[in-house]
Every structure is written in C-alpha cells, then in structure tokens.
Design a protein around this ligand. Sequence first.
Ligand code: SF4
Length: 434
Amino acid sequence: MERMTSPKNIPSPAVSASAANDAKTTTAPKSRTAEARSAARRPAQVMPATEGWDQAKNPEGRPLLQFKSPRVSQPPVHLADMTLPEREARFKEMGLPAFRAKQLSVHYFQHYTTDPERMSDLPKDRRTEITETMFPKLLTEIKRLTTDNGDTVKFLWRLFDGSLVESVLMRYPGRITLCVSSQCGCGMNCPFCATGQAGLTRNMSTAEILDQIVQANRVIAEGGLGNLRRDGGHDADRVTNIVFMGMGEPLANYKRVMNAVHRMVAEAPEGLGMSARGITVSTVGLAPAIRKLAEEGVAITFALSLHAPDDELRDELIPVNDKWKVDEVLDAAYNYYKVTGRRVSIEYALIKDMNDHPWRAEMLAKKLNARGRGWVHVNPIPLNPTPGSIWTSSEPAVMAEFINTLIDLGVPTTLRDTRGKEIDGACGQLAAAE
Ligand code: SF4
C-alpha cells in the first residue's frame, strides 16, 4: 500500500493564541538559534494519519465504520457456547444422563482438558463421541512468543476459518492477566491500529472468547508462564484477570461478549468462577452499548479508551467519535458508575504533540470533574518511542506535566503498565505480520 505523506500540522486553539502573541511582540527578525528555540517551545499539533496504509472511507469521505459482522460461516457450537441447562439438554438428546454434562464441564473449565483419555469418569465407549461433539477444535496455536524472563506470553491462534487472533498472558505478583480478542479484525478503523486496517471479518463466538482463557490456564498449569516469585509471596495458578483489549471492539460484539463474561463469573462447573471485578471491558465509546452494559447486573470494570477530550481531535483519532461525541460517551461512562458503583477507567495513550498538551489535561479534568468526584481514574499509557513516526511517545517531561495537571486538579491518575509491547507492539501486530 502507498505510504502516507507526512502528517498534517495544524495549530491548536492554545497554539493559535500563543502564535498571535508572538506576532504582536516580535518586530525585529530573530536569529536562527532564537527561532529554533522558539519553535521548540511552541506546542505543535500533530493530527492523526495512517502510516503505510489507506483508511477505508465512506461516501462522505469520513473513515468507514462497520458495526455488523459480515454474513460468513460461523464456528461449530462448543460446550462453552451453552449454559449448563443447555448442555444437559444436549446430553439427553445424545441418550446420556444430565449429570454427564456436569462431569464434562468440570474437565473443561476446571481441568482445562478436552482429551478423552483423561476422562476416566465418562463411559469408555462414548468418550470420543462426547468430546468430538462437545469440543470441536476452535483455536489452533500457531505462534507463541515469550519474554526473556518468561512473565509474558503472546499467542497467535488460527480459528476454524483461517482467521488469526491474539491473546497475551501476563504474570504479576499475586495475579495473572489475560488480554483477549473479541472479534476477527475490527470495524472501528482507528488510524493507529494494525487490527483495524483490514476491517471486520466476523464476530468471535462466545466459546472462541472463552477458549482463549481455558487454553491459557492449561499453559499455566503445564508451567508455561515463568518468573515465579522467589520472595515467598503468593502466585496465582490460573488466569485471575481478563482485559478485553486484544483484537476487536468488544461492545460491537455485545451478545457473545456478555455471554462469555457471564460464563467467566459463573461458578464451576457452569463456568470459570472468576471474580467480576477482575474483568475489564474496554471500548472506544459505543455509547448505547455502554448504557446497556450498566444494566447487565454484573459488576465488571469498565474502561473507556478516550485518548482525547475534544471532539476536534477525537473525530480523527477515534473515528467512532463521528457517531458518539466525547460528552455523550463520558455521560454514558458516568452512568455506568452511578448504576454499578464501579469506578470507571479512562485510557489515554500519550502521543507526542498529538494529545499530550497541558490544555488537554485541563480540559479532560474539567469534563470529568463536571460530572462528579471519585467516579473515575485516568490511566495514561506511554507509547513506545518510534523514530520518524507521528505515533510516538510523549517526552517524559511532557508526560509528567500531563499527569501532574490531572492530579493537581483532583483526578486520580496512574501511568499504566505496557507489558506485552516488547514482544510485538500493540494488539494485532502479530496477526498483521502473518
Ligand atoms: S484500536 Fe481497538 S477499536 Fe480501534 S481499530 Fe483497533 S481494535 Fe478496533
């Protein structure tokens, strides 16, 4: 694909004001050094643009958004797609007693196995038939990357139709987090994102989402996630936290994602028996779905990938902002807090000269505080330094000023960990490389 030309540089409102002041006060020509110094001090405004690929556009020339999954063949039905009563009904159809459904569910959700040889409690003459019917192969591992100290593992999976998705497993003291994918590709078309480039192939099924966790649990049980603590502290022995920050926009695949969430929190053998608090659903801002999420009755953590407090920039950075503007999305996020009592996370990737200006930190604090105090936490995310790219990290001093501005204005703010980036950049990069 054709490489994009250099990014547009347009002045922000703050820049315009300072530029106007410069024009008034500067009459004599400055020396080159003084000019260079002044330019270095002047806050630039880099606008988002794709690099090395062309963004699909709609007839109005705006980035194309895809909300509906194309009509393509769906993965076969798997045990994890069904509730426990549905599994029991299926077993009855097969002429087997309902309690066998529970036994099989224990093998899958608690022992992480689909191997008939390891199911000695099931009738020998039916084991293969049962596992072939209830456990069609959903995810085939085709690549695994592990960091040097072994605490982070990135998986690339091939699905039944050849689609590629990723998950990332990360060990922290006392907990293990898995970043899962929820769609094959993505229809949100963000200009910085490898996953969005090819658009949306299809929604992942409930079982495809859950199988990422079960397979990760199996890898942990087999010792595939290293860097165990040596200080005597407690190590988690299975995935304790889920973040929907892999490929896809989870709220665009609402029904299947929520079925998966309900099965994550359901007690074994119906599901994985995980704590709802440890599950984070992250969205670029589908306001109606955020309002629906608040009514689900499961108190998961909700994260909004905001990245800009002003519509002017966010329209370009997060194309779905064309449909739901910053204020509407923040209102929906605040409503989530009001209904569930769960504090909302605001994700904010700090990108050099694009969204890291002090006036944006002030605007963000103002918009959050206008809705109340104590309802939100901002997580700035440092990008990797990328020489020559417009998508590069903010300078450390700029980052510190942004964070301190928010804190000074009363907004709890913590720089987020970016584990996983060292093994292959952001989400979707492994799949994009195949
Ligand atoms: S950043 Fe997220 S929402 Fe945007 S295109 Fe990528 S996967 Fe989709």
